[in-house]
Structure formats: C-alpha cells, structure tokens
Design a protein around this ligand. Structure first.
Ligand code: BTN
Length: 258
C-alpha cells in the first residue's frame, strides 16, 4: 500500500483529500489536527501503514503493526442534523464494514454494539469516533477504524479482552487493503444519508451480534445489567428484556457465557 495505490483505488469516490503515512502515532490525531484547517473538506482521509500510538475506546491502546491492518480516519463535516447524532457514526462505520464484507466478500460479520465488528464471535475491527467541538456543537467528526487484515495484526491472546481474528484467516485468502477500503468508503457514503433512519436501524439490528442470547452489559457506574438481547431500538439504544434500554456510553457487552 502507498499513496499512489490508494489514490488509484479510491479515485471514483468524492474524497475531500487524502494523506498516506507509512508510520504515525494515531491517524485520529492527524485527522483531528487536519480538521482544524477550515479549508479541509468532508470525506478527507488519513491512512497509515503502521500506528505506534493507536487508540481504542475507553483509553485502551490499539496496535497496528506495519503491513498488517487497515487503519484509517475519515474526516466528516456534519450537517446540523448529523451533528446531533454523533453517537450514530460508530454504527455507520460498523454497518458500512459489515455490508461490504457481505456484498463484496460473501462474509457474514456482526456488530457487537456499539463499536466492534465480529466474525464468528471474534473481533475483526474496532471503531473510534472523535470530534472537534465549538461549544457543544461538533464541527468535524473523525471516524477512525482499525481492521485486522493479516494474522500479524492480532495481538497475543493474553493481551486481549475479547477473542480476535483477521480477514485473511476468515476468508482463507489475502485481502487487498485498498480494495477493502474502496468498498467500505463506498458503503459508508451510501448509508450516510440514511443515518438514524428506519432502514439503517433495521440493517443494524439485522447484523447485531448475540441477539436472542443472554448478555451482560456493564455501564459507566460499573453496574452490570443482565438480560436477553432483543435488538436495537429506534434511537439506536440497546433493547434487553429488562425494563431499561442501554444508551451509548462506556459499556462492555459480553455474552454471559464468556
Ligand atoms: C476499539 O475497538 O476500541 C476502537 C479501535 C479503533 C482503532 C482505530 S485504528 C485507526 C484510528 N486511529 C486510532 O488511533 N484509533 C482508530
């Protein structure tokens, strides 16, 4: 992968700009800093071959060794409606990946609410959405995604909170990162006008992992809610067979048997 190969693979997309880095701290940091430049447009993209300070959710590290993964951050300029639906951009990214894997690779993937993509119960990708703010309005959204492509992207089992896999193993063939990225961005651009709409919520619900299973959800205050996972509510919250719906936040969703 290099700048030219990315440019060729992505030339049919309405990208605002493209940056490719062989090695970077975090692509999200580069995109957040880039977004401060007023002229930088919607769909500007930062891709790296290696991250040495990649970030996951809840302050966790995200490893991206060289040549192993697809790590990118997409800078979006939200309109007013989108700016009030920030939490849904994680689902937008997850849905874009699951639909791309299904349509372009005939691979079934599921969404572990709110931000992970799983194949056969193992994590293959994580999403971290961050934003630049003016007051309480996000002026730019950075959708960062890390996808394990080759086995070298998967951290050793003793460092994992949840089992993980990679696309080469799931498909039993090498995946070309530029091709995957092209399909994924295409799907994301296609889903974006339906953000938060009935069609998106229903597709999200269709791809939801652990549906019908007993799960435990741990909230910010460390309280654990047990129940059967029923699906996604209209507003994107999680529906369990308990009285409460689980809204976005620092939650850890686990099947009860793990
Ligand atoms: C998670 O599962 O906790 C989210 C992981 C998000 C990782 C991606 S890799 C590209 C972008 N840059 C980062 O530093 N993080 C995100």
């Amino acid at each position: 992968m290099n700048y030219e190969s990315l440019q060729t693979a992505l030339k049919h997309l309405p990208l605002g700009g493209l940056r490719y880095l062989e090695q970077v701290g975090s692509t999200n940091d580069i995109a957040l800093a880039w977004a401060e430049e007023k002229k930088v447009r919607d769909y500007s993209l930062v891709v790296a071959n290696e991250q040495i300070a990649g970030r996951g959710r809840n302050g966790r590290k995200w490893q991206t060794p060289p040549d192993s993964a697809l790590a990118f951050s997409l800078l979006l300029r939200p309109n007013k409606v989108e700016a009030s639906q920030l939490a849904l951009f994680t689902a937008l990214g997850a849905l874009a990946l699951t639909t791309t894997l299904q349509e372009n690779y005939s691979l079934k993937a599921e969404i572990k609410w709110p931000n992970d993509v799983l194949i056969e119960g193992k994590k293959v990708a994580g999403i971290l959405v961050e934003a630049n703010w003016v007051g309480d309005t996000p002026t730019s959204i950075v959708l960062g995604m890390g996808i394990n492509i080759h086995p070298t992207a998967v951290p050793p089992a003793n460092e994992l909170l949840f089992p993980a896999t990679c696309l080469d193993v799931a498909l039993s063939k090498p995946v070309v990162r530029e091709e995957l990225l092209s399909g994924l961005l295409n799907a994301l651009i296609d889903w974006r006008p339906r953000l938060g709409g009935a069609e998106m919520v229903s597709a999200w619900d269709e791809h939801l992992a652990f549906k019908g299973q007993q799960v435990q959800v741990q909230g910010r205050a460390r309280q654990v809610i047990h129940g059967t996972l029923l699906g996604i509510n209209k507003d994107g919250s999680l529906r369990l067979d308990t009285v409460e719906s689980i809204h976005f936040g620092d939650v850890h969703l686990r099947p009860s048997r793990v």
